[in-house]
Structures are given as C-alpha cells and as structure tokens.
Design a protein around this ligand. Structure first.
Ligand code: SAH
Length: 204
C-alpha cells in the first residue's frame, strides 16, 4: 500500500478501496503469502490476476464516480471487479473462460459484492445495458473495438491496453474519451503488459 501511495498513480479514494478488498481471496493458496505484494499471479485457465499497481492505475483512469455504470472486459479472478464495486460503481463484467466466470460468480457473491457477471465475448460488449460511463478492458487488445467505443455515453471513457503481446509490439495503456456521437480523443498513459484479449471460443 505504501508502495502504491508513493507512486502517486491514484487517489486516496482508490487506495482506500484497494485496501478494503482482501486480495488473498482471489489467489490460489500457493500464492496466498504473496497476496499483498505488488505482483501479478497466475489464476486458472492460464490467466493472471493483475498487479495492484495496474488495478490502481486503471481504476484511476476510468475516472468514474459512485453510481456510475461501468463495464469490465475480462473478469478473471474478479479482483478488479471487486475494487470497482468497492468504489460504489454499478459493475457489469464479461469473461470468456467459463471456469473463471463460475469462480468469480461464487466468490464475489460470497464476499457480498453485487456485480452483474456474464460468460461471453467481451469484444461485443453488452449492448443491452449500454451506454456506460466507463469501460475497462483488462486484457491486451489489438485495437480499441468499435463495438466498445459505441457503448460509451458521451463524456464516457474506455480504458484499454492496446497492442497484442503476440505481435512483438509493446502494449500501451490508452484511454478514449467520447466527446460526441462520432468523435473520440485518445491519450497514451504509458506501457502495459496484459494477457491477450482473445476472440470468442464459439468463433474459434
Ligand atoms: N480483471 C482481472 C484480470 C484477468 S486477466 C483480474 O482482476 O483478475 C484478463 C482476463 O481477460 C482473462 O481472465 C481472460 O480470460 C479474459 N479475456 C480474454 N479475452 C477476452 C474476451 N474476448 N472477452 C472476455 N474476456 C476475455
């Protein structure tokens, strides 16, 4: 926590939310003793739980307030989702690995969080509940999907690591602010390292 505070990448409000979410619940017991170190760890299905610094940075960049509707792509362990719930946001989250989706459904309910979780392909977003004030992608996408940009409210923001780790290019943490029906402004917030965003299993 001291390390996060010293990096000044996020507000006290976000540090307080991170402090409230017991990260060891989201890790395999093998890694439990390291739960509060600033590292990413493997979770089932070959995926990773983001490091607290990344969760802090993305939560800050999302720039949302309590009550705002936000969509997360890549529920994974459910850790980032829990932090957003702790911040008082109304959270929808999509995961394409059934095993991880099922684990997050039971764990987050047990912990008393009430996000709406879906098993499916995050590329499509979740049109039925759009528009969102914020959309946070927690896997590395080749580009910002137009379907997600289209589900932002005007004044809303997409936070997305772009650059497939597979193509040798470095990922960048980008934000896209929707300033009108058709216009977006893009900002680069530095390098990023996420597992790749994959296409839906049903599409191969
Ligand atoms: N937010 C997570 C990070 C998990 S890693 C956490 O806090 O633990 C990224 C996750 O994105 C993985 O679980 C992976 O299965 C998922 N993912 C990859 N491509 C996806 C897609 N197209 N749609 C939804 N989820 C996807």
């Amino acid at each position: 926590m001291k390390e996060l505070r010293s990096q000044k990448i996020c507000s006290e409000k976000i540090l307080a939310a991170i402090a409230k979410v017991p990260r060891h619940f989201f890790l395999d017991s093998t890694f439990e003793q390291f739960a509060y170190t600033n590292k990413a760890f493997p979770i089932p299905a070959g995926q990773t739980i983001s490091q607290p610094q990344t969760v802090a940075q993305q939560s800050e960049l999302l720039n949302c307030s309590p009550g705002d509707k936000v969509l997360e792509i890549g529920t994974g362990s459910g850790y980032q989702c829990a932090v957003l719930c702790e911040l008082g946001m109304k959270v929808y989250s999509i995961e394409r690995q059934k095993e991880l989706h099922n684990m997050a459904v039971s764990l987050l309910a047990e912990m008393g969080y009430e996000p709406t979780l879906y098993y499916g392909d995050g590329y499509k977003g979740k049109e039925v509940f759009a528009p969102y004030k914020g959309i946070i992608v927690t896997c590395g996408a080749p580009e910002a999907p137009s379907s997600l940009l289209g589900q932002l409210t005007i004044g809303g923001r997409l936070v997305i690591p772009v650059g497939d780790s597979g193509d040798g290019k470095k990922q960048r943490m980008l934000t896209y602010d929707r300033i009108s029906e058709t216009e977006f402004t893009k900002q680069d917030h530095g390098s990023a390292a996420f597992v790749p965003m994959l296409v839906s299993k049903s599409r191969g």
